[in-house]
Design a protein around this ligand. Structure first.
Ligand code: SAH
Length: 238
């Protein structure tokens, strides 16, 4: 059986004591049935992956002691995902998949046609942590606070290529290579698509390239996975 993996918000180093919170103790001792002396894998998003031993196991608390580093930190390439939040389950899916696909940062953006403006960043961040735990990652992408697309574009660093996924580009085959370089960000619009004003604004940016993701209109969650795959395939850490 593969080792249990746990994200801890605590520095990791040889002999480091890591206190567990209630949920972590419940998960390790109640759900996974680990006891004192058991060894699991822990990571914190900065210090790589470590073997850690359970040194205290109680119902609502516990302590781990980190032993040896088993893997260094493997940060994904400098790729951000910008997406317009959709319904809750699909938004959760997007965050989970972006973490698995190796996005470094996940930014909900509010666009003219954004379907859902209520975003619980703490919940989404917890989904990113869970996805990193189960996918063997040592890095957890930051889920940023939602920001209006026009504000984000006003402060945009032109060194970061913007791969704008736009169904209006269906049929066009140019554009993809120029958009695919690092650092980069992928932009996925809402179910209602980008507005004419947003398209014009993006078109005027040198670092932005509108690309097609094939001849069919994809749901936003599918589009996010497809776009990250394309970029990773060309410039990623695969
Ligand atoms: N309302 C639009 C579809 C939006 S799909 C329509 O019906 O025409 C949601 C988002 O997914 C889009 O904003 C775009 O970013 C992305 N997307 C979906 N299919 C795409 C495709 N074939 N090419 C590029 N982007 C696509």
């Amino acid at each position: 059986m593969s080792k249990v993996r746990l994200y801890v918000d605590h520095p990791l180093g040889a002999g480091q004591t890591i206190p567990l919170d209630r949920d972590q103790a419940h998960y390790l001792f109640g759900v996974m049935r680990l006891g004192a002396g058991a060894v699991l894998s822990v990571f914190n998003g900065h210090d790589g992956e470590w073997d850690a031993e359970v040194t205290e196991a109680a119902k609502r608390r516990g302590t781990l002691t980190s032993l040896v580093q088993t893997r260094p930190l493997q940060a994904p390439p400098d790729l951000w995902l910008l997406f317009a939040p959709v319904k809750k389950a699909r938004t959760d899916f997007i965050v989970e998949k972006a973490t698995e696909m190796g996005a470094r940062r996940i930014c909900p953006v509010l666009t003219d046609h954004t379907n859902s403006e209520r975003v619980r960043v703490d919940r989404l961040q917890a989904h990113a942590v869970e996805a990193a735990e189960q996918s063997g990652g040592t890095y957890v992408p930051e889920v940023a606070d939602p920001v209006k697309l026009d504000r984000l574009l006003a402060d945009w660093d032109g060194a970061r290529a913007l791969m704008v996924c736009d169904e209006a580009r269906i049929g066009a085959v140019d554009g993809l290579p120029a958009a695919l370089r690092a650092p980069a960000a992928v932009l996925i619009g809402p179910e209602g698509g980008l507005s004419p004003g947003e398209r014009a604004r993006l078109q005027a940016m040198d670092c932005a390239t509108a690309v097609s993701l094939g001849p069919r209109i994809l749901r936003a969650d599918t589009a996010a996975v497809a776009a990250l795959t394309l970029w990773q395939n060309a410039h990623g850490d695969w």
